[in-house]
Design a binder for this molecule. Structure first.
Ligand code: GDP
Length: 287
C-alpha cells in the first residue's frame, strides 16, 4: 500500500480536532509517546468517505487520488490504502492512520470485498503478535485497526444485504460505527426513519457488539462565508448546510465520540478483538 506522510499543525483559531482536550489522566499518559490510532473507512465509492475524513481531521489526506471509471471499477477488487498523518495539537501528538478501502461494493462478487478487508485486519494483528513476541517490545508500532466507519447510502431504504453481511463478518474483529452518508440529501423525517431502520436491522442481526444509533453526517472540503465567518459547509440554491452545526447533522457528535472514546476503542481492540485473534491463532498452531 501507499504510505503518505506529512505533518500538519493547527492554531486554535483555525479550528481543531479536539484530542488535546482528552481527560487529563489519559492525556498525561499519552503526551510523551503521542497517540497511535488507526481508523478504517468502508463503503461504496462516491458516498463521501474521503470528504468526511478530510473534514474530520482538517487535512487533505487524498490530494491526488485517481478516480477510476465504471468499466475499470468492475475489474478491480478492493484495494487497501493506508495513509498516515501526524497531527499535533497543543503539544499532543496524534499519529493517525486512515485505512481506506476504495472499490468496496464495486466488485461483482461481494465475498471478494470482505476477504481483502478481513485479511488486512488480520495481517495487522499478526504483525502485532509477531512484534510483541520479539525483542524490541517497547517500540512496537501499533497498526491494528481500532475503529471502522461503515458508510451507509442515504438513497436506499435501509441496509443492503452487503452491508449486513459485512457487519456480521467483521464485528468480531473491529469496532464498527455505522455512518449515514450525505445526510443533507434527507429530510429530518427521512433521516430519523433511516436511522431507526438501520438500528433495528443491526439489533436483529446482532451485527454490532454494542448497538449504537448511526451518525447521519455531511462533509465538505469548502469554506463558505456565513455572516462574516468562514465555515465548512455546502452551498445550495436555498442556503448553506454547515458541517459543524449540530442542528444540521451529527458531524460534531461523531467527532466528539471518536475523540473521547479513542482510548476505549483502543482498549476494546486490545482486550477483545486482538485477544480473540491471538487465542484462535495459538490454538491453530498448537502452541
Ligand atoms: P468517496 O468515494 O466515498 O471517498 O467519496 P468522495 O469524498 O470522493 O465524494 C464523492 C462526491 O460526493 C463528491 O462530489 C463530493 O463533493 C460529494 N460529497 C461528499 N460529501 C458529501 C455530503 O455530505 N453531502 C453531499 N450531498 N455530497 C457530498
Amino acid at each position: 500500500f501507499t504510505q503518505l506522510c506529512f505533518s500538519c499543525q493547527f492554531s486554535d483559531s483555525a479550528g481543531y480536532v479536539g484530542f488535546a482536550n482528552l481527560p487529563n489522566q489519559v492525556h498525561r499518559k499519552s503526551v510523551k509517546k503521542g497517540f497511535e490510532f488507526t481508523l478504517m473507512v468502508v463503503g461504496e465509492s462516491g458516498l463521501g468517505k474521503s470528504t468526511l475524513i478530510n473534514s474530520l481531521f482538517l487535512t487533505d489526506l487524498y490530494p491526488e487520488r485517481y478516480i477510476p471509471g465504471a468499466a475499470e471499477k468492475i475489474e478491480r477488487t478492493v484495494q487497501i490504502e493506508a495513509s498516515t498523518v501526524e497531527i499535533e495539537e497543543r503539544g499532543v501528538k496524534l499519529r493517525l492512520t486512515v485505512v481506506d478501502t476504495p472499490g468496496y461494493g464495486d466488485a461483482i462478487n461481494s465475498q471478494d470485498c470482505f476477504k481483502t478487508i478481513i485479511q488486512y485486519i488480520d495481517n495487522q494483528f499478526e504483525r502485532y503478535l509477531h512484534d510483541e513476541s520479539g525483542l524490541n517490545r517497547r517500540h512496537i508500532i501499533d497498526n491494528r485497526v481500532h475503529c471502522c466507519f461503515y458508510f451507509i447510502s442515504p438513497f436506499g431504504h435501509g441496509l443492503k444485504p452487503l452491508d449486513v453481511e459485512f457487519m456480521k463478518a467483521l464485528h468480531g474483529k473491529v469496532n464498527i460505527v455505522p455512518v449515514i452518508a450525505k445526510a443533507d440529501t434527507l429530510t429530518l423525517k427521512e433521516r430519523e426513519r433511516l436511522k431507526r431502520r438501520v438500528s433495528l436491522t443491526l439489533s436483529h442481526q446482532n451485527a454490532v457488539a454494542h448497538i449504537i444509533i448511526p451518525f447521519a453526517v455531511i462533509g465538505s472540503n469548502q469554506l463558505i462565508e456565513v455572516k462574516g465567518k468562514k465555515i465548512r459547509g455546502r452551498l445550495y440554491p436555498w442556503g448553506v448546510v454547515e458541517v459543524e452545526n449540530p442542528e444540521h447533522n451529527d458531524f460534531l457528535k461523531l467527532r466528539t465520540m471518536l475523540v473521547t472514546h479513542m482510548q476505549d476503542l483502543q482498549e476494546v481492540t486490545q482486550d477483545l478483538h486482538y485477544e480473540n485473534f491471538r487465542s484462535e491463532r495459538l490454538k491453530r498452531t498448537g502452541k
